[in-house]
Design a protein around this ligand. Structure first.
Ligand code: GDP
Length: 598
């Protein structure tokens, strides 16, 4: 049993949820609690993450012994500092995520919103289990806050009506989660944590419920993820969260190490813009304690080695081209270099691709955001032709133009935190920029819908629509060349350029212009009386008579397009006219209008 001697590492926790539901506030509160309650000398600061030691969790959970019994074997919890989809997307690991568990923050008074659902989708795809923090309980009418107390204690001290109110809110959340296919319950009513999503009522503002939240995160991960949390004592595995240029340190990478040990001078491999980077660790940094800040000007302190799980900054030669979201491996033997290189290359090629299909071009600054964007576009049925990292290049513009030739709206580049290469002419493509993933997705979707609608309208404008008019007796203003008569529109619509026919199907010419009260108009609809000029080799009194009824002469194709694509514009009066027109046209062409559904 070699395994059982291996230590458990701290589970990696991410915070997701809808904007303004309180992710940042909750994380700040948790961090604050850790700093206040930790033993002197206990480390809590990491790069890009914050550590909450088990001693703190045990202290907080002490009063809860009967509700949540916890005896912790894990050293604590490692919280990723940046909440939301953005940095989470870079915690990629083959077939899943480096994050072990997530807190899904939901404002209890607002319930599940758009980005809550997006978060759930991402967590499901990445197979990351989650606890729901039903946040802002202090906003519930009648709630009396008891700062930093367990929810269980605070609840007992609330008025009966407030307790009932909390229950109702939680129940609403349970129903909403059920609609999304999840069984859920308030934490103290959950029997089987593998079958139910746990809901913990909390307040990021007052700190109420945070003891339960931390105790459950620690308890559940330790209980259900033992195998996953056992660390190897060998080479490090990690993921690049961010690439940053730091004053005095050059290009550095912020890395989450989730397995093994990383040492100074270790050879590491990671993904770069132009392929795999192989380099040697120059320094491993963690934030300097406050009192050392003056000595360590950069704000960082160099350490010799780091054991998983941890967030550190690494400086090494050649990191300028490092890619955020890339896996990172340290290697202890030459043979492993080739093996890991292949593995990194393969993983990157799944995210960066170029397909010979008509679709949009997606450019992003990191592998994680690129992967999230492409997944979201595909979910929405938006085809992606090129997905790549880095600034917008000439090739991207050409690829977008190629797609645009097939469908004009696909002449589009979605740019996430990237710019256009200097001097490049981008006037022939549409580029949508954004620094927020879901905003970019929304804007791309809106743009595509807009152009498609416009295209549809353009087609509708070019169709000849059903119309029926009657020449009003006594209103012949000009008998020929062109004929000008007063007419009443009996049904449908007429517009300039529409061809007209008699009740026997004979073509008599086309509408030249329409005047309503002496003003030119571009259409006349059912019930209107207007003056009409008709161009054609005809004369009133000979070819057409006062009081006669005329129809628009609709080509079979136009009628079909109208009914397949624009059924919603067909009014009842128009439908009646269509029936009459079909009858007329069928005397010549028995198949006229045969394919349409009236
Ligand atoms: P984020 O966008 O999810 O990170 O949300 P923030 O943490 O920025 O919070 C959004 C707003 O909600 C801010 O005005 C916070 O002060 C407020 N807020 C966050 N948590 C709570 C809470 O528990 N109770 C109350 N009353 N307000 C909160």
């Amino acid at each position: 049993m070699v395994q059982s001697t291996l230590k458990l590492r701290q589970p990696i926790v991410v915070v997701l949820g809808h904007v303004d539901h309180g992710k940042t506030t909750l994380l700040d509160k948790i961090r604050g609690t850790a700093i206040v309650k930790k033993e002197p000398g206990e480390m809590t600061q990491e790069v890009g993450a914050s550590f909450v030691p088990s001693s703190v969790i045990e202290k907080l959970a002490e009063p809860l012994k009967n509700v949540i019994p916890v005896k912790l074997e894990i050293p604590g919890l490692l919280f990723i500092d940046t909440p939301g989809h953005e940095l989470f997307s870079n915690l990629r690991k083959r077939g899943g995520s480096v994050a072990d568990i997530a807190i899904l923050v939901v404002d209890i008074t607002e319930g599940i919103q758009k980005q809550t659902i997006e978060s759930i989708q991402i967590l499901k795809e990445k197979k990351v289990p989650f606890i729901v923090a039903a946040n802002k309980i202090d906003k519930i009418p009648g709630w009396k806050p008891y700062e930093n107390e367990p929810f269980t204690y605070s609840l007992k001290k609330q008025a009966a009506a407030t307790q009932k109110s909390i229950d109702n809110y939680v129940y609403k959340l349970v129903l909403q989660l059920a609609e999304l296919g999840f069984n859920s319950e308030r934490f103290d009513r959950v029997r089987d944590f593998t079958k139910y999503v746990t809901i913990v009522p909390v307040s990021g503002k007052t700190g109420e419920g945070i003891p339960e939240l931390l105790a459950l995160l620690a308890g559940l991960t330790q209980h259900y993820m033992k195998t996953r949390l056992r660390v190897a004592e060998g080479p490090a595995k990690g993921v690049v969260l961010e690439v940053k240029e730091e004053q005095g340190l050059g290009h550095t990478i912020d890395v989450i190490i989730y397995d093994g040990i990383l040492k100074r001078n270790d050879t590491i491999l990671l993904g770069g813009i132009n392929g795999v980077i192989t380099t040697k660790v120059r320094n491993i940094f963690v934030p300097a304690p406050l009192q050392d800040m003056r000595i360590a000007k950069s704000g960082f302190r160099s350490i010799d080695e780091v054991v998983a799980a941890a967030g550190v900054k690494i400086s090494a030669p050649g990191l300028e081209e490092a890619l955020a979201g890339s896996p990172l491996y340290s290697v202890d033997s030459f043979e492993k270099i080739e093996e890991f290189k292949k593995s990194i290359e393969e993983e990157m090629s799944q995210v960066r691709f170029s397909k010979n299909i008509s679709g949009i071009v997606v450019k992003a600054d990191s592998l994680g955001s690129l992967e999230s964007l492409v997944a979201a576009f595909e979910r929405l049925g938006i085809p992606v032709r090129v997905a790549d990292i880095g600034p917008i290049s000439k090739r991207d513009v050409m690829e977008a133009e190629l797609s645009g030739k097939e469908s004009e709206e696909l002449n589009l580049i979605a740019a996430f935190r990237v710019k256009v290469l200097p001097g490049l002419d981008v006037s022939k493509v549409k580029i949508i920029y954004s620094d927020i993933i879901y905003q970019l997705i929304d804007e791309v979707q809106r743009y595509l819908t807009e152009v498609r609608e416009r295209k549809k309208r353009r087609t509708l404008d070019s169709l000849i629509l059903p119309g029926k008019i009657k020449l009003l007796p006594g209103y012949v203003f000009r008998r020929s060349d062109p004929v000008i008569v007063g007419v009443q529109v009996l049904g449908g619509i007429i517009r300039p350029k529409y061809p007209l026919m008699k009740e026997d199907g004979k073509r008599i010419g086309e509408v030249l212009g329409i005047q309503d009260n002496k003003k030119n108009v571009d259409k006349a609809t059912a019930g209107m009386e207007v003056a009409l000029s008709i161009r054609g080799n005809i004369m009133v009194g000979r070819h057409i008579q006062e009081g006669e009824v005329l129809y628009t002469d609709i080509p079979a194709d136009d009628l079909e397009t109208l009914f397949t694509n624009f059924r919603e514009v067909v009014t009842d009066d128009m439908l009646q006219v269509v029936k009459e027109i079909i009858k007329i046209k069928r005397t010549e062409n028995p198949l006229y209008g045969a394919t349409i559904q009236l």
